[in-house]
Design a protein around this ligand. Structure first.
Ligand SMILES: NC(=O)C1=CN([C@@H]2O[C@H](COP(=O)(O)OP(=O)(O)OC[C@H]3O[C@@H](n4cnc5c(N)ncnc54)[C@H](O)[C@@H]3O)[C@@H](O)[C@H]2O)C=CC1
Ligand SMILES: CC(=O)[C@](C)(O)C(=O)O
Ligand SMILES: [Mg+2]
Ligand SMILES: [Mg+2]
Length: 348
C-alpha cells in the first residue's frame, strides 16, 4: 500500500498502480460474483464489474420492478440474471447489496449458501457491526469483507461512464482463506474505484451514518431550510431566498470547493464575502458541534441502527419514505427550486 500524508497524518492507500485492472481480473478469474439486490448500489457495482470484464451475475426477486430494471440494463434471465436463491447457489462471492434492513430478512437464506471457501461482500459495515440487532453472524470458513463506494450507486455508474469514478473504503472482518485482502481490493477496483482506503467495519458504519445524517444529507437540508425560512420571514421572495441558499452553492461555489478546497472558493469570492464568512464560520461550527456529538453518540450506541431497522422493516416502508420525500418536494423551498432549475441558462 502507498503511504500518503493527509494533513500531517500518514495513512496507507491501495492504488491502481499496485493493483491495475488486469491484475484485479486475474485475482478473481475463477470467481462468480453474485450481486444480490438491484436497488441503487446493485446496478452501479454489477454493471461496472461487467464492463470491467469480471464474471458477474445478478440475483433479484422475479416479481419486482427491479427485476425489470435489471432486464432493461441488459441482464439476461438464465444467463446472468437469476432468482436470488439460484444466484446464491451459483455465486462464489456473494455481494450482499440488499437494503440494510432487507439483509436481515434474507439472512437465513444467504447463510445456507455460505459454504466454506465462498466470500461474503458488503458495501457497508451495518449488518456485521450491529449484529445484536441484525443477527448477521457469518459462518467460519468464509471470507467476509466490504468495499464501500463513497457515494450513491447512481453516481458510481454515471462517473464510470464518463471515465471518472468514486473511491471506496474497504475492510476485512474475517479472512478464512488468507486471500481476503486480494479479493476485496480486486473487487473495489472492479466496481470502479481508483483508490481504496482501509478501514474497519465499525469505523465504516459509524462514519457513514454520521456523514449521511450530518453534512452530506441531514444537516445540509436543515441548514438550507433555516436560512431560507429567515430570508422569507424578512420579506425576500422565494426565488431570491432559493438562489442565495441553494442554487449559488450547487452551481457556482461547491464546484470550486471540489476543485481546489475551501480557501480557493473563498478566494474567488469578494473580499466582503471572505471577511464575513471567515468570521461566521466559527459561530456555525460552535453552534452545530453539540448536534454532531449527539448524532455520533446516537450512531455508536446503535440507536440509529434500531430506528432504521424498525422503520425499514415495515412492509410499507417504501410508501412511507415516498410520502416524506413528496412532502419535501412539495415544500415551498423545493418548489421554488424546481422553477429556478428550469431557468438555468443551459436550458434556454
Ligand atoms: N444507496 C447507495 O448508493 C449506497 C448504499 N450503500 C450500501 O449498499 C447496500 C445496498 O443499498 P441500496 O442499494 O441503497 O439498497 P436498496 O434500498 O436500493 O435495496 C436494494 C435491493 O434490496 C431489495 N430488498 C429490500 N428488502 C428486501 C427483502 N426483504 N428481500 C429481498 N429483497 C429486498 C430491494 O428490492 C432492492 O432491489 C446497503 O448496505 C447500503 O447501506 C453503500 C453506499 C451507498
Ligand atoms: C450514498 C452513500 O454513501 C450513503 C449516503 O451513505 C448512502 O446512500 O447510504
Ligand atoms: Mg456512504
Ligand atoms: Mg450510507
Amino acid at each position: 500500500m502507498a503511504k500518503i500524508n493527509f494533513g500531517g497524518v500518514t495513512e496507507e492507500v491501495v492504488t491502481r498502480e499496485e493493483l491495475p485492472m488486469e491484475k484485479a481480473r486475474e485475482i478473481l478469474k475463477n470467481e462468480t460474483i453474485a450481486v444480490i439486490g438491484y436497488g441503487v448500489q446493485g446496478p452501479g457495482q454489477a454493471l461496472n464489474l461487467k464492463d470491467n470484464g469480471f464474471n458477474v451475475i445478478v440475483g433479484q426477486r422475479k416479481a419486482s420492478k427491479t427485476w425489470d430494471k435489471a432486464k432493461n440494463d441488459g441482464w439476461v434471465e438464465g444467463k446472468d440474471l437469476f432468482e436470488i436463491e439460484e444466484a446464491l447457489e451459483k455465486g462464489t462471492i456473494i455481494c450482499y447489496l440488499l437494503s440494510d434492513a432487507g439483509q436481515i430478512a434474507l439472512w437465513p437464506t444467504v447463510k445456507k449458501h455460505l459454504t466454506p471457501g465462498k466470500s461474503l461482500y458488503f458495501s457497508h459495515g451495518f449488518g456485521i457491526t450491529y449484529k445484536e440487532q441484525t443477527g448477521i453472524i457469518p459462518p467460519d470458513g468464509v471470507d467476509v469483507f466490504l468495499a464501500a463506494p463513497k457515494g450513491s450507486g447512481t453516481s458510481l455508474r454515471r462517473l464510470f461512464l464518463e471515465g471518472k469514478g468514486l473511491n471506496s473504503s474497504f475492510a476485512i472482518f474475517q479472512d478464512a482463506t488468507g486471500k481476503a485482502h486480494e479479493k476485496v481490493t480486486a473487487l473495489g477496483i472492479g466496481v470502479g474505484s481508483a483508490y481504496l482506503f482501509p478501514t474497519t467495519f465499525e469505523k465504516e458504519v459509524y462514519s457513514d451514518l454520521t456523514g449521511e445524517r450530518g453534512t452530506l444529507m441531514g444537516a445540509i437540508a436543515g441548514i438550507f431550510e433555516a436560512q431560507y425560512n429567515v430570508l422569507r420571514s424578512k420579506g425576500h421572495s422565494p426565488s431570491e431566498a432559493f438562489n442565495e441558499t441553494v442554487e449559488e452553492l450547487t452551481q457556482s461555489l461547491m464546484p470550486l470547493v471540489a476543485e481546489n478546497g475551501m480557501d480557493w472558493m473563498y478566494a474567488n469570492c469578494s473580499t466582503t464575502a471572505q471577511r464575513g464568512a471567515l468570521d461566521w464560520r466559527h459561530k456555525f461550527r460552535e453552534a452545530t458541534q453539540p448536534v454532531f456529538e449527539e448524532l455520533y453518540n446516537s450512531v455508536s450506541s446503535g440507536n440509529e441502527a434500531r430506528i432504521t431497522i424498525e422503520a425499514n422493516s415495515k412492509p410499507d416502508y417504501r410508501e412511507g419514505l415516498e410520502k416524506e420525500l413528496k412532502e419535501l418536494r412539495e415544500s415551498e423551498i423545493w418548489q421554488a427550486g424546481a422553477e429556478v432549475r428550469k431557468l438555468r441558462p443551459e436550458r434556454l
